[in-house]
Design a protein around this ligand. Structure first.
Ligand SMILES: [Zn+2]
Length: 294
């Protein structure tokens, strides 16, 4: 693979989608965005994706896509909770047919984890957790320099780590999960107002609970870095990260987990596209420098 070759990156979210052409350093050479049609008609959603892909003016050599879960391994069939028209939608094969490229699909939070190590806040790290705290809470884990997949491809799903044993009911059927306590949706349900309007006490509580989950992961997996993206976390900003860091200091006390840091994502607005491109390069076996080279 030459340094000049480009990956076609496809990011499909519940409210918007993006397509880009990214080089092997993670630079965006071209990108466009469009709203995701809000419709139960899955083919209408697919048509919007295909129209955006068709607008790419640059030649690309591999296709990578990030999409909400759940999905089966490799994204052969995706059923994103926030795209009602897609239930067992054959995303990977549709993209492969459309583009004629080798095509790889993964969970968007795992995709972001790859990108943090490729060109974000975890460059050079072989062991870290990457999180998204937004309307929901997701994550991905890189350990020993490899993105963890797990039995069904869902490793790193930190939104359902328990942080309040007697806490709120979670849509997964459990109780007190991080997502049920600290997601934008949950904060809105608790306060009666959008997360962006949360007061300082709620910001600190959210940071504390995220830090609690991070501390457990650090203790479990012998890692010392958590990067956090997502509109809720980044919107809350410094007070959120300070509260998370304080909680980690109390709860990550083992010799190998003490000193674990929680920091903002280094990817910025192009993070989801960088994640999708990283999925493509990983699939092609050429992701620099070595993350995901399983
Ligand atoms: Zn749950």
């Amino acid at each position: 693979v030459s340094r000049d070759e480009l990956a076609l990156a496809v990011d499909i979210g519940g409210t918007k989608m993006a397509v880009g052409a990214l080089d092997r350093a993670g630079r965006v050479r071209w990108a466009e965005r469009a709203p995701t049609p809000s419709t139960p008609d899955g083919e209408a959603v697919w048509s919007a994706v295909a129209a955006l892909v068709a607008r790419c003016p640059l030649p690309t050599v591999v296709c990578g896509a990030g999409c909400g879960g759940p999905m089966d391994e490799g994204g052969e069939h995706v059923s994103p909770l926030n795209i009602e028209g897609w239930r067992d939608f054959p995303l990977r094969s549709r993209l492969a047919e459309l583009t004629g490229l080798a095509t790889y699909v993964d969970n968007d939070a795992k995709a972001l984890a790859l990108a943090e190590g490729w060109c974000g806040a975890a460059v050079g790290k072989s062991d870290y957790l990457s999180m998204v705290v937004s309307t929901g809470v997701g994550g991905g884990i890189v350990l020993d320099g490899r993105l963890l997949d797990g039995g069904a491809g869902n490793a790193g799903h930190i939104g359902h780590v328990v942080v309040e044993p007697d806490g709120r009911s979670c849509r997964c059927g459990g109780r007190g999960c991080l997502e049920a306590e600290a997601s934008g949706t949950s904060i809105a349900a608790i306060t009666g107002a959008p997360a962006a309007a949360a007061d300082s006490a709620m910001v600190a509580r959210t940071g504390r609970l995220v830090g609690r989950a991070v501390a457990s992961v650090a203790n479990l997996l012998d890692l010392r870095l958590a990067t956090v993206a997502g509109s809720v976390a980044l919107g809350f900003g410094a007070p959120f990260f300070a509260a998370g860091q304080a909680e980690i200091a109390v709860r990550s006390r083992l010799a190998f987990s003490a000193g674990t840091r929680i920091i903002p994502s280094g990817l910025g607005a192009s993070g989801p596209l960088a994640g999708a491109a990283a999925v493509g390069w990983r699939g092609a076996g050429t992701l620099d420098p070595w993350i995901g080279s399983s």
